[in-house]
Ligand binder design. Structure first.
Ligand code: MG
Length: 294
């Protein structure tokens, strides 16, 4: 333990509320918001569906809101995607200054990897990685392919490889990583195929975590690694208690990949689209900036 879970005695910090007591988008400045939601010391975001449309670049309105937020509070992005996706979707569009980037924390692959900005070379430094062992990688790839074939879910026509070794995560994408959004959405509209594959693979890999990822994907990581794990690591490395963080995500429902963060009791803001997020973040940044002047 790091002691990071204990708020400083002088912070005037109020006991946190569970996420399900939080208010939704409609009233982001509501005075009854709990302390971490009203004045978070760090704001963490999901990527796909929250900061940007799925697998698409972050729009400028979102980028502008995020820059304003980075001016007043540290920000983290946690996603199942790998660092390349962060670069393409977020960093290439962010247009942030070096000091803003210095307050940005990146946690790809559900926080199994953690990057911070290096002001000297302008690049991103890998601080830690919880990679799978070579045996686990081999096992995971073999089992997921065999089960996909057995269930008739192994597609011969794909856009890029169906299996991807992301170091700390194996990702199976039924139609390949580069498949167009429409094809992905049409493949498994109810999520039934993905759930069947997940269950079959999970039964054969009891020592690994097997989880539904994006619209056509199943992710395999070390056990116990999800966005809640990433948030705990974030509390360790920043020394900011979880109780003083706010998480923003589009899948906080019990089936969603953001749910573990909500379940651990971190204050959460649910959004449906990046437009929701942009409006919320602009308001939050303005409110925090006002507070700084007082
Ligand atoms: Mg999402």
């Amino acid at each position: 333990m790091t002691g990071a879970d204990t708020p400083p005695a002088d912070s005037g910090f109020v006991a946190p509320q569970a996420c399900d007591t939080m208010h939704h988008m409609s009233s982001p400045s509501d005075v009854s918001l709990s302390a971490p939601a009203a004045r978070p010391r760090l704001v963490a975001f999901d990527l796909d569906g929250t900061l940007a449309p799925s697998k698409s670049p972050m729009p400028e309105r979102m980028a502008a809101a995020l820059r304003a937020l980075l001016d007043v509070v540290p920000v983290c992005v946690i996603s199942g995607g790998q660092i390349g996706q962060f670069r393409e979707q977020v960093l290439a569009r962010l247009g942030a200054t070096p000091s803003e980037l210095g307050r940005l924390h990146l946690m790809p692959t559900c926080g199994t990897r953690y990057y911070t900005h290096n002001p000297d070379d302008g690049d991103w430094t890998l601080v830690y990685a919880n990679d799978l062992t070579p045996t686990q990688v081999e096992q995971a790839c073999t089992v997921v392919e065999a089960e996909a074939r057995r269930l008739g879910l192994w597609e011969e026509h794909t856009w890029g490889p169906a299996l991807e070794d992301r170091g700390s995560q194996i990702t199976f994408s039924a139609l390949g990583q580069e498949a167009p959004l429409e094809a992905k959405q049409a493949w498994d509209p109810t999520g039934e195929k993905k759930a069947r594959l997940r269950d079959a693979v999970a039964a054969l890999l009891p020592d690994l975590e097997v989880r539904s990822g994006g619209s056509t994907s199943v992710d395999i990581t070390r056990k116990g690694i999800d966005k809640a794990y990433g948030m705990r690591k974030l509390a360790e490395v920043t020394s900011i208690p979880l109780e003083q963080m706010l998480f923003v995500g589009d899948r906080l429902d019990p089936q969603g990949n953001d749910y573990p963060v909500k379940a651990m009791g971190v204050a959460c803001q649910a959004v449906d689209t990046w437009e929701d997020t942009a409006a919320f973040v602009a308001e939050l940044a303005a409110r925090l900036a006002m507070g700084d002047q007082n």
